[in-house]
Design a protein around this ligand. Structure first.
Ligand code: R5P
Length: 293
């Protein structure tokens, strides 16, 4: 097995290669003056299982193109099979037709990757796992929620209340509860399909004086966490943390979240940033070990 270090996930790729004691293949890349991407693999792949580690967080379009170009280069250089590890899979939130005339974006992306030479995919906490069933190659979803919950347990927050900001994410709160051993619950969130504005319905939880950790797959604009935190503060939570797998933190999201009263934001290296305090390397390495050894 060879681990190809996609430009968007070089450090994560190196950590995975180290865990697996596998050879890492660097990628030379550049952007032409007109904005086009260029990649060149700097290693041998003949008859090898090629694992490309490349997240597709913003700028997602150029990262997806890089991923497709690397897959093509891997196949042309004799790789037996190409597996894309894209911890954050761009366009996964458009997994349905919500309004007439829309594209089914995630399926378009999957078909594009297949055409480029991808034979299988591993992602982490995709917005809706069912979307993977329609992919034209085997695709696996892993959950990093237990790793995030372990982070808080190690910091002394065993027994904290685990909250999902959305009914659809209750499975996330349940996974966290298994590690933390406290209670869990969910809020009801509504998003206006035209404006993108988020509103969260108030619910009664017995959290007065308690530590609450909001677990979500993505923090993008921060609107969801801000709305949830306001409710938690009104209910008397003593400490509020926000944990997510993919800390996109667009614009002033972090500032808004902190101003709403969140004590700390914790994310993973799916999207490398200063809040990426939990690495996905052990989770992804275990999966690769199981699949390929
Ligand atoms: C969507 O339902 C996801 O689970 C997240 O809650 C959402 O993407 C977060 O977006 P934002 O930070 O913009 O509210």
């Amino acid at each position: 097995m060879k681990i190809i270090l996609g430009p968007a996930s070089k450090e994560l790729g190196e950590r995975i290669a180290q865990h697996l004691n596998a050879t890492a293949v660097p990628v030379f890349f550049k952007t032409f003056p007109d904005g086009e991407s260029y990649v060149r693999l700097e290693g041998e792949l003949k008859d090898k299982e090629a694992i490309i580690v490349q997240t597709t967080s913003p700028p997602q379009d150029s990262r997806l193109i890089q991923l497709a170009l690397i897959a093509d280069a891997a196949k042309r250089n004799g790789a037996k099979r190409v597996t894309a590890v894209a911890p954050y899979l761009a366009y996964a939130r458009q997994d349905k037709i919500f309004l007439q005339g829309e594209a089914l974006s995630i399926e378009t992306i999957a078909r594009m990757l297949k055409a480029a030479g991808v034979d299988g995919l591993i992602t982490v906490n995709i917005h809706e796992e069912k979307a993977l069933e329609r992919f034209p190659f085997p695709a696996k979803n892993l959950s990093a929620i237990p790793l995030l919950a372990e982070y808080f347990k190690d910091k002394g927050f065993k027994g904290a209340f685990a909250l999902a900001p959305d009914k659809g994410a209750i499975y996330i709160a349940e996974q966290a509860k298994k590690v933390l051993g406290g209670e869990c619950g969910y809020l009801e969130k509504h998003r206006d399909r035209y404006t993108g504005n988020v509103s969260v319905e108030k619910k009664k939880f017995n959290i007065k004086g308690k530590t609450v950790i909001i677990f979500d797959d993505i923090i993008s604009t921060g609107g969801t966490i801000v709305a949830a935190t306001k409710i938690l503060r009104e209910l008397g939570a003593e400490k509020v943390f926000a944990a997510c797998v993919h800390p996109l933190l667009i614009g002033d999201a972090e500032k808004r979240i902190k101003e709403a009263g969140v004590d700390e934001i914790v994310g993973t290296d799916s999207v490398p940033s200063h809040v990426s305090k939990v690495s996905l390397a052990p989770l992804i390495s275990e999966e690769l070990k199981g699949e390929f050894s």
